[in-house]
Write a protein that binds this ligand. Structure first.
Ligand code: WTA
Length: 653
């Protein structure tokens, strides 16, 4: 035991570096660290020339831009005057090449059903779906809400929107009816695309029922609902408003030219959690976003024509947008989609799929790796994983132990690992190794992509220098950056560009080591990453206080071995309510109803009062220590000593 621990500790030393395997490097797009440095320097010398070159060589434009960047801080316009279409770039332009008959989407449903769509077939479906949307009155600039399971039609729906210039807003299928209602109202969606249901761990997620409930509570902008039949369960259809996907598709023409759209045309709105109770609609546009995701997919995943690429993210999150759909398809890759849970029906489902389809690139979240470790190494060991050549992670810091396990047990020691740091707001990957070029260190995202300029700074915006902790910022605009928060440009300015004058503020804390490698430590604001899902503690607090029994609530994160972070809620009750396990369960269900089951607090503790500073601010640091067990308050559910602790601590808050 102690010997094993020593081995792990020596492995965890920061100077432990893994050079890109020679065989991998020799065939990679960027083959050496010197080449990476050259590319980085070239991009830094003239970022606009660099990004203009990438946009020109990686994408098809109907009209070329006249100006690469119009930067009116903090508002950016990229490729001004350029016209292009995302669906054309992901589909049509491949049809004149051998990619035409290559598999674009490889799909496995949770019950084990499977489908393949070639680029030509996907194009055909997308054209028809675009005509269906037109038939429902959707025009360029309209918003379309999407709330679907992970089925090929979800990608078809996205691409159909982009084909006609409709802006999609996808809501992850784990969100509740209330969350759907709020997002559809904020986006003023004209049409919602959903399904009767989706499969999850052998059960059915009743998506259509949630849409019905959301609309019944009032989403006046929605004129029509398009419903895909996935489970075959009986769902009531509202006359005039609801339409079956298959009926409409059967009638639709497959002729639908892709509309040339302005480079700054809004491509999608994706709601994400911030530091207030209200999620924000992050707006991404057409030309810059597609340039960034196309280029980063190719470089970071070192895509080759025969790769079978699998990003396990749900398309309801940004990773799915950028690295299941748009990045891979723009590169003409084969992208695998899996509808279900990674351990259903057994803990080797994920490895069974890798072996079945000969997956070569696997991109997943640290939380999944930690779960796999917990389920036991016998499960991956049962399967032939020898087709894998590259592994990736995203969404949260990966602890070095999990990295090593992934490297050895899944990658067989031969696959480089790309630990990619980015955010919903950045659109695409910002910091990551290039697998053929950058030596990796377990737990570090290493270095920025060429064209990206992060830094670690203090509150005044000054670089803190190597080996010092600070705030992670981005110094210069980049093409995939969010353009605004939908309907709230002031919040965009305040949230991202006011904290550190002249810089994009990420909300993350980080440190650079003596090699200049970035170590992202996690959020320093009230955003948490629970099992790879981004949540705002304030959102959960608002959900809790909307329950009649709750007077006040504070939600903080605590470390969790598998999920990375778990949620602990401290709740004070209205006078007439008594603390009980029954009430705890009820409050957890209430959060599931308000936001979604994935947002349920792991711990709920009732307290007489919340510890506050004299000015009335909740002492979150103290609560965090209590939640993590660092500060002992006994096992009582009534934390009377909180006020004492608060007084003791007040000086250092
Ligand atoms: C965290 C997901 C460490 C970070 C693409 C960021 C990471 C937030 C990494 C964004 C990584 C993402 N290492 N932390 N490789 N990748 N994060 O918007 O805190 O869901 O700010 O985007 O996830 O989460 P989001």
């Amino acid at each position: 035991m102690s010997e094993g621990k020593t081995v792990i500790e020596s492995v965890l030393r920061e100077d432990r570096k893994f050079a890109p395997p020679a065989k991998f490097a020799s065939a990679a797009h960027v083959r050496s660290f010197a080449d990476y440095e050259k590319l980085y320097a070239e991009a830094a010398r003239d970022p606009e020339a660099f990004w203009g070159g990438i946009a020109g060589s990686h994408l098809d434009w109907f009209t070329r831009w006249t100006q690469v960047l119009d930067w009116q801080p903090p508002f950016a316009k990229w490729f001004v005057g350029g016209k292009l279409n995302v669906s054309h770039n992901c589909l049509d332009r491949h049809l004149a090449t051998p990619t035409r008959d290559k598999v674009a989407l490889l799909w496995e449903g949770e019950p084990g059903d499977s489908r393949k769509l070639t680029y030509a077939e996907l194009h055909h479906e997308v054209c028809k779906a675009a005509n269906v949307l037109k038939g429902l009155g959707v025009k360029a600039g309209d918003r379309v809400g999407i709330y679907m399971p992970l089925v090929p039609e979800l990608a078809v729906a996205m691409l159909a929107c982009t084909r006609i210039g409709a802006t999609h807003s996808i809501v992850f299928g784990g969100f509740s009816a209330e969350a759907v209602r709020d997002r559809m109202n904020d986006a003023k969606a004209k049409v919602v695309i959903t399904a009767d249901g989706g499969y999850r761990r052998g059960g059915v997620v009743p998506l259509k029922a949630s849409v019905d409930q959301a609309l019944a509570e009032g989403v006046p902008s929605v004129e029509a609902v398009l419903v895909l039949k996935r489970t075959g369960d009986d769902v009531p259809m509202v006359a005039q408003r609801d339409h079956w996907w298959h009926d409409e598709m059967a009638k639709a023409s497959a002729d639908c030219p892709a509309v040339p759209l302005d480079a700054e045309h809004p491509l999608f709105i994706l709601y994400t959690s911030g530091t207030t109770g209200k999620p924000k609609g992050v707006v991404h546009t057409t030309g810059g976003y597609l340039t960034h995701v196309t280029y980063s997919t190719k470089l970071v995943f070192d895509l080759k024509d025969d790769d079978v690429y699998w990003c396990t993210a749900d398309i309801g999150w940004v990773t799915g947008h950028s690295y299941v759909v748009y990045g891979p398809l723009a590169n003409g890759a084969t992208s695998l989609m899996f509808e279900g849970a990674p351990n259903h029906p057994k803990p080797d489902r994920i490895w069974e799929i890798v072996a079945k389809y000969g997956v070569t690139i696997l991109y997943t979240a640290p939380t999944l790796i930690r779960s796999v470790v917990k389920w036991g190494e016998e499960w991956p060991a049962k399967h032939d994983l020898s087709t894998l050549r590259l592994l990736g992670t995203v969404g949260e810091p990966i602890n070095p132990e999990a990295w090593m396990w992934y490297h050895d047990k899944i990658g067989g020691g031969r696959c480089p690992i790309v630990d990619t740091w980015w955010q919903t707001e950045t659109g695409g990957i910002m910091i990551s190794p290039l697998p053929g070029a950058t030596p990796t260190k377990p737990g570090s995202g290493t270095l920025p992509l060429p064209g990206i300029h992060p830094d670690v700074v203090d509150r005044t915006g000054k670089s803190v220098g190597l080996n010092q902790g600070g705030l992670l910022v981005v110094r210069k605009p980049w093409p995939g950056m969010l353009r605004t928060i939908y309907g709230d440009p002031e919040r965009y300015v305040k949230q991202y560009w006011s904290e550190i004058e002249g810089n994009y503020f990420t909300g993350d804390g980080a440190r650079r080591d003596s090699d200049g490698y970035y170590w992202v430590m996690g959020r320093i604001d009230d955003v948490v990453n629970v099992a790879g899902h981004r949540l705002g503690t304030m959102e959960i607090e608002s959900a809790l206080v909307s329950h009649r029994a709750v007077a006040e609530a504070a939600v903080v994160d605590r470390p969790d071995d598998v999920k990375g972070q778990a949620l602990a809620a401290f709740v004070t009750l209205e006078g007439q309510y008594q603390a009980s396990d029954k009430l705890k369960a009820e409050l957890r269900e209430h959060v599931a109803k308000e936001i979604g089951a994935f947002a349920k607090p792991d711990d709920i503790r009732f307290t007489d009062s919340l510890p506050k500073t004299r000015s009335g601010k909740i002492m979150r640091r103290l609560l965090r220590d209590i939640a993590a067990g660092k500060e002992s308050v006994g096992d009582t559910t009534t934390l009377e000593d909180l006020s004492v602790l608060a007084r003791l601590r007040e000086s250092d808050e």
